[in-house]
Design a protein around this ligand. Structure first.
Ligand SMILES: [Zn+2]
Length: 341
């Protein structure tokens, strides 16, 4: 190696370049339709639109992710590697199982925060959005295509039409032409639970019985289709590198729990001796008071959250009991969980 080059800095630079994301694609959050808001227990907020295929003809996709608030209040988002293949190893899924199995109530509370969650994403042509009422004409959503990240409750409705070969609406639910059908999202609010919380309720949502084209001629429909986003690319761009995952695990004091197995799975501990900066929160003795506080979080997720994630709380809330007793990594448990959604 030349004396003019600092080898260590070059290696660092090389890693940085390898890790660097190709920013040409659509990033998470870009082109995203804001999560529909819930109405009251009696009067739903009503949205209407159509699911349409992406430029490669794909309809919609499921992805798994881990998202929680770190010690410093910032949100951590990790696309779960199981998104691509459920057999793939994910250190965060593994950490979740270990924390659940670990026993203490604060471990379980932490597992609840970190655990794998599920969403679906597809292209969505917006026909009606009640939030448009307060908007300037050029910022209205109606008439635009956005990505819609939707919860399992909505997917259930679509899946039913796709899988019921005899009675289902089949391909018409994705057709932008005159054979197509809109989806009408009706979001009610659930009655307040014992914690005084209310959740979005999608159960009254349905596909339109009538057919309609999104525009009155093929050129206009094509112009709409041309604004769709490649969903595989979108999901791919959410991914984080193995090294970044290791860094997060270390910062969250979870690395030691999975280090052995993660190393076997090809993860690298780039700086084995570097200990993360201790955080005040973690330094606190785990007396009863702290545990109580954490425990409370298990049943009552924070009000404050990223705006795109509001739906998730409903699912989390319903899943928590089941997940506390079953290993998160257990395929059968997950399948059962998916069936239940
Ligand atoms: Zn995972």
């Amino acid at each position: 190696m030349s004396k003019w080059i600092n080898k260590e800095l070059f290696d660092e630079f090389q890693t940085e370049k390898i890790e660097e994301k190709d920013n040409s694609g659509v990033q998470r959050g870009q082109n995203l339709w804001p999560t529909p808001q819930k109405g009251s227990t009696e009067n739903p907020k009503v949205y209407e639109g159509r699911f349409i295929p992406d430029p490669k003809g794909k309809f919609y996709k499921r992805y798994y992710y881990h998202m929680w608030q770190a010690g410093d209040e910032s949100w951590i988002f990790i696309l779960c590697p199981k998104t691509h293949d459920f057999k793939d190893y994910c250190p965060f899924c593994s950490v979740t199982s270990k924390l659940y199995a670990g026993g203490t109530s604060s471990d379980k509370a932490q597992a609840y925060q970190i655990k794998r969650k599920e969403k679906f994403v597809g292209n969505w042509y917006i026909v009606k959005d009640p939030r448009d009422e307060d908007k300037e004409p050029d910022s209205k959503m109606a008439g635009k295509v956005r990505l819609y990240e939707f919860p399992g409750k909505v997917e259930q409705k679509i899946k039913k039409e796709v899988t019921d070969k005899k009675e289902g609406y089949g391909v018409s639910i994705f057709d932008p032409g005159e054979e197509g059908r809109n989806f009408i999202i009706r979001v009610l609010a659930t009655k307040k639970d014992d914690k005084g919380k209310s959740w979005p309720d999608y159960s009254n949502s349905s596909f339109a019985r009538s057919h309609s084209a999104l525009a009155d001629d093929d050129d206009k429909i094509q112009a709409i289709m041309d604004t769709c986003t490649d969903i595989e690319e979108y999901i791919g761009n959410m991914g984080v590198s193995n090294n970044k995952m290791v860094e997060i695990l270390k910062n969250e004091f979870l690395w030691d729990m999975v280090a052995d197995e993660a190393l076997k799975q090809g993860f690298e501990d780039s700086e084995p001796d570097k200990k993360p900066e201790p955080k005040a929160k973690k330094e606190e003795p785990k007396d009863e008071k702290v545990e109580e506080k954490t425990e409370e979080k298990t049943t009552e997720p924070e009000d404050e959250g990223p705006p795109w994630d509001e739906d998730e709380k409903t699912e989390e809330k319903e899943e928590v009991k089941e997940e506390t007793t079953s290993g998160d990594d257990d395929d059968d448990a997950l399948l059962a969980e998916l069936e239940d959604l």
